[in-house]
Design a protein around this ligand. Sequence first.
Ligand code: C2O
Length: 562
Amino acid sequence: CRIRHYHFNVVVKNATKLCSTKPIVTVNGKFPGPRLYAREGDNVLVRLTNHVQYNVTIHWHGVRQLRTGWSDGPAYITQCPIQPGQNFLYNFTLTGQRGTLLWHAHISWLRSTVHGAIVILPKKGVPYPFPKPYKEKVIVLGEWWKADTEAVVNQATQTGLPPNISDAHTINGHPGPVPNCSSDGISIGPYTTRVPFDHNCKNRNFLRFVNADAHTLHVETGKTYLLRVINAAVNDELFFKIANHNLTVVEVDACYTKPFETDTLFLGPGQTTTALLKADQGIGKYLIAISPFMDTTVAVDNLTGIGYLRYNHTLAFTPTTFVALPAVNATPVTSVFSDSLRSLNSKQYPANVPLTIDHSLFFTIGVGINPCATCFNGSRAVAAINNVSFVMPTTAILQAHYYGINGVFTDDFPAKPAIPFNYTGTPPSGLQTMNGTKVYRLAYNSTVQLVIQGNTIIAPESHPTHLHGSNFFVVGRGVGNFDPEKDPLKFNLVDPVERNTVSVPTAGWTAIRFRADNPGVWFFHCHLEVHTTWGLKMAFLVENGKGPNESIEPPPSDLPKC
Ligand code: C2O
């Protein structure tokens, strides 16, 4: 095993997209940020220096951080922010994981531009459990706002209204063909006048977009490529498709899967999918396209992000082959994709699904409205788990727990809703959300079954929920209300997919299981940043065990102070 050193300098850089320029917060001046490469078992050291006027933290999304929760990164959960002019050394070891993950800022909405890929290769000499690809390509999907994203979120929290949606989706930082800024005269944006969502990608005349700011993936005929696709978007679950090409999924969230073939990938923000692409089509140029999934009535980001797959790149111009994307509300496509995912569950990579349950939890999640005297229309959007909307503390919970500081959090997070109701029907009237900084306490090595039930208090919505500090097994999912008698009989306890982020279906439920073998404080939240902002978050506190390797390590001496 090696030690991998990285320097992350957080700096402001001007970026021009969609014909306008704005300063953005970046790592090392890059958007997307630098890639982190390592092998399973390596020790990663990232020295972060904050040169901007905002507080910063970085989360290594999906990295287990076994006993090193101090390096996990969510602001005010595991660490106080790194203040302007300060630095901090993130120090962690990649234990028992291989595949694709992402890192991102974990404070306010800085992750819109502060994110990048993590590639964990197998240990030296250990092959992939699938045919060795000719080359590997990293594809980071994102969103782009013409406005400053900190201004977008501040305005939303002050008015109580939903924040403005993004102006584009990006592939490795590029939105795809946009008009020639100087001469075309077409303007993309603002919000109301944007190019409409175009599932067939045909309505835009690609030939006239001479200043195409698009990502191109170059391939050679007959070769197989490993695509590491990452959804780093802030507020959108995304479909990903390449014209005329199928993909063979082999890994999600740094866990190997049984290979399966599909023409469409579906990724919630924070999720990763690694797939084999065979360049087996005729020489030419094919569209790569991404589009949002949102099965709801609320405003959606309606722009398609476009890139190109290009064969044998020495060739002169060839016409583009178009791609038909799923509709914005194509729930069946998301279900087929989710249902196709299975753990590889081989001798070498077994699925260790907990078969007994110490804690049986039921969380209902969703968005509601609370009165707010100072807000527009006298109300504000809130989001909650079991009707508790999480309030960020001003001291990190992990520190408060470690040093026994009272008054920062309480450990009375409800294991189930106080008043059960018809979660996917008409909600009880006057249901008001309470506020609190509550955690749920788990004994070391206890096992958890958590049923996450989407509710429809305002509108049904799909929620990509993420657990820090542990992967979990997705043992079941369904539509409507979870039935505690019948549904568990159908759980897959043999080869369920293992991941760190799961999309809870629209007006439906998902059941996960995990073992609390990582002492520390672990954030659990919807990875749609808009919902996190509104309070759809909580934390698990996993106690220390008794054995020598069953406690969190002592905090690093340079841990920032609040
Ligand atoms: Cu990728 Cu708590 O987030």
